[in-house]
Design a protein around this ligand. Sequence first.
Ligand code: SAM
Length: 254
Amino acid sequence: MGFSPDWLALREPVDHASRDASLLAQAVACAGSTATVVDLGSGTGSTARAFGDTGCKWRFVDGDAALLDIALARHPGAERVVFDLRDIDQLPLDGVRLVTASALLDLMPLEWVTALAQRLQDAGIPFYAALNYNGQMRWLPRHAADADVTDAFNAHQRTDKGIGPALGPTSADVAAEVFVKHGFDVHRGDSPWRLNGATVQLHDELLSGIGEAAAEAGFAQAQAWVADRRANVAETVGYIGHTDIFAVPHGMGE
Ligand SMILES: C[S@@+](CC[C@H](N)C(=O)[O-])C[C@H]1O[C@@H](n2cnc3c(N)ncnc32)[C@H](O)[C@@H]1O
């Protein structure tokens, strides 16, 4: 599946405002000012921009060469690695102090998260993964179909995104459990999108995407729900739940 640079640019300001500030600060401190950080599924480099100008060196790893070109144009000192994340054993982790990801774990299957945890346990490298969709969606004013749309969307989130059945809404809970089993201390934080009159374009596109997914998952009234919600999007407040995790090998954070 592909992610358009326009969509990633649209979500970035809300992503940055939503990240759990404490976990982000811990990850920034872990990376320090000179170390190399690998960002998995980096897209155009949103995580590097969330870190700010810290001095650390970014190694952007993604399967989409066009997104990586944008990332390099915006971060000229970074490394660009076109890579299929399925190949965990070959992940370029030499000299790396921290591995990051954002909006990625919910696309991935249990086997992938388990293999990543094993690889990072062997290498003794912490992992910061932000903005994992956690299955919670709410809107005010309410619509009679909100719960059915959410159920159908969440079912769609569990389908195969090209690498095996995705963890979808369970990704943060499952990843936390897997990393604990692999000897990490796991810290968690909430990073919900709070949508309102200032985020209408993002909200509008999101509603279309949710409706499409819910319809594909079999909810027949999905498009009627989208039409009703889009008609009032500027007056609607939305909550889309995400969870961030920061996993540190035992003993390293003391
Ligand atoms: C939702 S986007 C998030 C991008 C970026 N981290 C951000 O927060 O804006 C997911 C990214 O993961 C990449 N990706 C997904 N599956 C992949 C795979 N199997 N191999 C390599 N990259 C993958 C996509 O190309 C995309 O850039």
